[in-house]
Design a protein around this ligand. Structure first.
Ligand code: APR
Length: 236
């Protein structure tokens, strides 16, 4: 439960060189969600699915947090109990910016982890390909049926419970870099939310920006200092 929730999407990592999904050059312009990010694709299209996440994992190694990650991490460190950092992103840029695993909630999984499909062990493989890590086998039970630790469309996303619980006493919502197609951020704007800030590059058909008390259509790294000042003022 947090007074301030900072909810982010792919847009917060765009300036670090990580593709978003639905922008003009987004991942879903190049790949079909049905093929590599939908329940069942690890059965019907296993090789391409594993390869898709292997490639993104390898590319993540050299990606650096941008100013938005850095400022959000600083805010969380300064106000550990008052601020919840919750992201739809599976990259580790908040962790590279200094946040520990228990200081950021990943709703859709985490790219540098794999999960054993037999014993459900979740383990860190860094930036390795699936087949290279632990010889392609689960380090606990030895099964070779291991998969990306990513929530695919149609699969359970247990961390959403943490998102909903965080809203129990939330009074300020900050939304950065999400089109609202997967998480309808508007639905969280109940009367207890006194201040809501939306920061995207441009309006999204899935978000009614008139509902937000402040709207910033600019890059996250250019908006974050103003957003941080508003958060600090609110928490004083
Ligand atoms: N600064 C701020 N916002 C940005 C920037 C930037 N530099 N670049 C892009 N954006 C905004 C876009 O305006 C858009 O609203 O980020 C948003 C990206 O939207 P999507 O690509 O749809 O990403 P996201 O909303 O995070 O997708 C949610 O969909 O496919 C699934 O699991 C996947 O977590 C993902 C979920």
């Amino acid at each position: 439960m947090s007074k301030v929730i900072i909810l982010t999407g792919a847009g917060v990592s765009a300036e670090s060189g990580i593709s978003t999904f639905r922008d003009s050059d987004g991942l879903w312009e190049k790949y079909r969600v049905e093929d590599i990010c939908t329940v069942g694709c690890l059965v019907s299209n296993r090789a391409q699915t594993l390869d898709f996440y292997d490639q993104r994992r390898i590319e993540l190694k050299d990606k650096k947090p941008n100013h938005a990650h850095t400022i959000i991490a600083k805010l969380k460190k300064k106000y550990p109990k008052e601020i919840a950092v919750i992201t739809q992103n599976v990259d580790n840029l908040f962790e590279k910016a200094g946040l520990k695993a228990d200081e950021v909630v990943h709703l859709h999984g985490f790219l540098t982890n794999l999960e054993c499909e037999r014993c459900q062990e979740v383990y860190d493989v860094g930036y390795q390909k699936t087949a290279q890590s632990f010889g392609g086998k689960c380090p606990i039970c030895g099964s070779d049926k291991v998969r990306p630790y990513i929530v695919m469309f149609g699969e359970a996303a247990p961390n959403y419970q943490l998102l909903y619980r965080a809203f129990d006493d939330c009074e300020m919502l900050v939304v950065i870099g999400t089109s609202g197609y997967v998480i309808n951020t508007d639905m969280f704007l109940n009367p207890t939310i006194k201040i809501s800030i939306l920061n995207n590059l441009e309006p999204s058909p899935a978000i009614n920006d008139r509902l937000y008390t402040k709207v910033l259509y600019k890059k996250a790294s250019e908006a974050i200092d103003e957003i941080a000042a508003d958060v600090e003022t609110f928490l004083k």
